[in-house]
Design a protein around this ligand. Structure first.
Ligand SMILES: [Zn+2]
Length: 121
């Protein structure tokens, strides 16, 4: 693998997609014809020596999935800090805010639009 590109986020996504489609192909066999190009492309990317092109593809993938990844990261953080913090949206600009829990009635100042509103935590 020395000098080869290896695995990145796009490679992981394509491999998981391949596995899902391979499982589906047990039920519906024609799906296997979609699986082959995906795994061939995944392996081609892994063994490629053209770092610049593979990195550009991965950057494109990361840029297109930024919203989805941000959503899941926020859900993960909501769950992680559920006992100490409360997540809410600014009523003016809809920015997500994190405020401490159990402080009673607090005045929240949005860091994005600087509007203030009262919130029970
Ligand atoms: Zn705001």
């Amino acid at each position: 693998m020395y000098g080869r590109y290896g695995v990145d986020q796009l490679g992981n996504f394509l491999f998981i997609l391949y596995i899902i489609l391979a499982v589906i192909s047990f039920v519906y066999p024609p799906v296997i014809f979609i699986c082959y190009p995906i795994i061939i492309y995944t392996l081609f990317r892994m063994f490629s020596k053209q770092y610049y092109k593979r990195r550009a593809e991965n950057d494109w993938y990361l840029q297109k999935t930024a919203g989805i990844r941000k959503f899941f990261k926020r859900q993960q953080n909501k769950w992680k800090y559920r006992k100490t913090h409360k997540y809410l949206k600014c009523p003016h600009c809809h920015q997500y805010l994190r405020v401490p829990r159990g402080k009673g009635e607090i005045t929240v100042t949005c860091p994005s639009c600087h509007q203030q509103f009262d919130q029970r935590t």
